[in-house]
Design a binder for this molecule. Structure first.
Ligand code: T5A
Length: 223
């Protein structure tokens, strides 16, 4: 979308290693003097973080998945306006842990929210702010849930971590389906490898996409 900045999202199931790789990529980009903004969903702005606490506590669950989808979308609208849009407009690189594909998968594919409602929410909130690159972290959910449980320690699982293995398998398939449908935006990362090997895949994908952006901008005469 934003021809000035560059918007990268990280998607996938629970415990796939997104946060770990975002921290590594942030370091690498800063070393190269890029203006980097690291953020996450749900959350990322004060208003959206307040919504995050309510959703992940499970307090909204009894109101149904459509209400959850509306709240995720409301949080996203605030996050875009407060954090993502300003960073992209000044030419920064935004690294966002989850974004609209998580709504498509968690609330749509496995949440039974009417696809037309989801599409309308997406149109009203995301609009032109679709990511330039989405890295889909693909991992066997059994491994992901084990990793998430190890990281969580004694604290209790959140609203979505509690769900069944079948549900997590369906989400894995739904993320892969998005990647297959939108290959120009999405790149699948094999998240089963050790962190250094995953980092190599992420680095290659991101720097190739950045180089492609520079080449396109140069060819268009905007430089
Ligand atoms: N949600 C979100 C929706 O339903 N709809 C939406 O629209 C949005 C935006 C958010 C929840 O909200 C839902 C989806 C989620 O369920 P969250 O707390 O933000 O929840 O959690 P997640 O995004 O799911 O992130 P996690 O923290 O569970 O996983 P990460 O970030 O993918 O994994 P990470 O890096 O924290 O790693 C987990 C553990 O594994 C280790 C790490 O050290 C850590 O201990 N690890 C590895 N171990 C072995 N090999 C590797 N390669 C490893 N990489 C990391």
């Amino acid at each position: 979308m934003a021809e000035k900045g560059f918007f990268i999202t990280f998607e996938g199931g629970e415990g796939a290693g997104k946060s770990t790789q975002i921290a590594r990529l942030e370091r690498k980009l800063r070393e190269k003097r890029y203006d980097v903004v690291v953020t996450r969903e749900p959350g990322g702005s004060p208003g959206a973080e307040a919504v995050r606490a309510v959703i992940l506590s499970g307090a909204v669950e009894p109101l149904g998945t459509t209400m959850e989808a509306i709240l995720f979308a409301a949080a996203r609208a605030d996050h875009i306006e407060q954090v993502i849009r300003p960073a992209l407009e000044r030419g920064g690189i935004v690294l966002c842990d989850r974004f609209v594909d998580s709504s498509r998968v968690y609330q749509g594919a496995t949440g039974d929210v009417d696809p037309e409602v989801l599409a309308e929410l997406e149109r009203a909130t995301v609009g032109p702010f679709m990511p330039d690159l989405t890295l889909v972290f693909d991992l066997d959910p059994q491994i992901g849930m084990r990793r998430a449980a190890a990281r969580r320690g004694a604290s209790s699982p959140d609203r979505f971590e509690k769900e069944t293995l079948d549900m997590q398998e369906a989400r894995r398939a739904a993320f892969l389906a998005i990647a297959a449908r939108e290959p120009e935006r999405c790149m699948v990362i094999n998240a089963a490898h050790d962190p250094d090997t995953v980092e190599d895949q992420v680095t290659d994908a991101v720097f190739a996409a950045l180089a492609e952006r520079v080449a396109r901008t140069f060819n268009s005469g905007d430089l």
